[in-house]
Design a protein around this ligand. Structure first.
Ligand SMILES: [Zn+2]
Length: 386
């Protein structure tokens, strides 16, 4: 119900393969703690007693989701069912900026949003997506090359900022592309698909890998750093300290400079794509070159992980759409035929909100794992509001 929205008892019985009385008992339990409500459908055409429709109580249980991206910082209050109830965002200037320049405004956003929260609504978790390499255990940002952070204790700082604004919940902090992959897998273009690689481009390139339905996080949470896959030993220096990483060949810098232009950000990338479509030879050459490197890396990932779908997000969405031919050319030449046959290339369905919605999904995880325990626990000791 959290993913599919309002669902009839009859559908639940079929989808879950349980009998009617079990579904009735389960929905009664969920209704009793206020997680769902049951209603008679408005127009049930058929004769006889209609199957009750079970709807998640989005206004009653919610989480805070945060996204810290290279150019933007967003906070949202998201209700059960993935409904964005309220949101705030600010643009973030490029360059090295201390973490408190991000954490303090996020705390203010939460304080502001909390003023609108109806009585009886309960915050049951929070999570943050950040464009960086993050230690899963405690939310320490080990390296955010493009946001200018090294060993920033983001989890602890966010926790403190939220606590002082009345929300006593320690946020889970994860890599942005990992959470975008989770969002696309849960309610985006890869819903129902268990082997997926999400690629996000901005100043750098992030990746989120889902294999067999589970995120590939590695030992410390650093898995999936595909942007630092070494592809060109003669290449440019990378923000990570190495040279010739994939992101130095397909990131926005490579595309924009390759087209003989200045500027940074999605808009500058869009200008190159636009110029190429109007016949600008340098822009076309740069897109071809970047598309070729994009295909080179994707072909390697396809050979290693045998995904069913590759999703292009951020600036890579624009780059892929404008250079699909060189990308597919590389895949056709470099992929093992057996794995090439099953891979679909797609663009993000959740677009700019994938990381934010992924953070919300992460924050809901413990509730979905044990709804009655979490719902009753939270109701007993609801976070005190200032
Ligand atoms: Zn690198």
């Amino acid at each position: 119900m959290h993913v599919k929205g309002p669902t009839s008892r009859a559908e639940l019985t079929t989808n879950l393969g349980l009998n009617r009385s079990t579904i009735g008992a389960l929905t009664a339990d969920l209704t009793a703690v206020g997680l769902v409500r049951e209603e008679v459908p408005r127009d049930h055409g058929r004769a006889g007693r209609p199957s009750l429709v079970v709807t998640p109580e989005s206004d009653r249980f919610y989480v805070y989701a945060f996204a810290i991206e290279v150019d933007r910082v967003t906070a949202a209050r998201v209700g059960l069912g993935g409904v964005v109830l309220d949101r705030r965002e600010m643009l973030r200037p490029r360059g090295d900026r201390p973490a408190d320049k991000v954490v303090a405004p996020l705390g203010e956003f939460v304080r502001d949003i909390e003023k609108q929260v109806p009585d009886g609504a309960v915050c049951i978790g929070s999570a943050a997506a950040v464009s960086a390499i993050v230690r899963q255990e405690d939310g320490m940002v080990r390296l955010g090359g493009h946001i200018g952070w090294v060993d920033e204790p983001l989890g602890a700082a966010l926790s403190e900022a939220l606590g002082s604004r009345g929300v006593e919940i320690r946020p889970a902090v994860r890599n942005g592309a990992d959470l975008a992959a989770l969002a696309e897998h849960t309610r985006g273009v890869a819903a129902g698909i268990d082997n997926v690689i999400y690629l996000h481009g901005d100043a750098g390139v992030g990746g989120g890998i889902i294999a067999g339905g589970r995120p590939v996080t590695g030992h410390g949470g650093y898995g999936g750093e595909v942007g630092h896959m070494a592809v060109n030993p003669q290449g440019r220096p990378c923000a990570c300290g190495s040279r010739g990483c994939w992101e130095t060949e397909i990131g926005e810098y490579a595309l924009i400079r390759g087209a003989g232009r200045d500027g940074t950000g999605r808009e500058s990338v869009a200008k190159v794509v636009d110029a190429a479509s109007r016949g600008d030879a340098m822009a076309q050459a740069s897109l071809r070159q970047v598309g070729d490197w994009l295909g080179f890396g994707v072909a390697n990932l396809v050979n290693i992980f045998n995904p069913e779908m590759i999703i292009f997000g951020g600036t890579l969405r624009d780059v892929y759409l404008a250079s699909a031919a060189p990308v597919r050319g590389r895949l056709n030449r470099m992929c093992v035929q057996a794995v090439r046959e099953h891979v679909r290339l797609r663009t993000s369905a959740l677009a700019g909100d994938a990381e934010l919605l992924g953070a919300a999904e992460m924050a809901f995880e413990h509730l979905l794992a044990d709804p009655l325990e979490v719902a009753t626990g939270s109701t007993d000791e609801a976070p005190a509001l200032t």
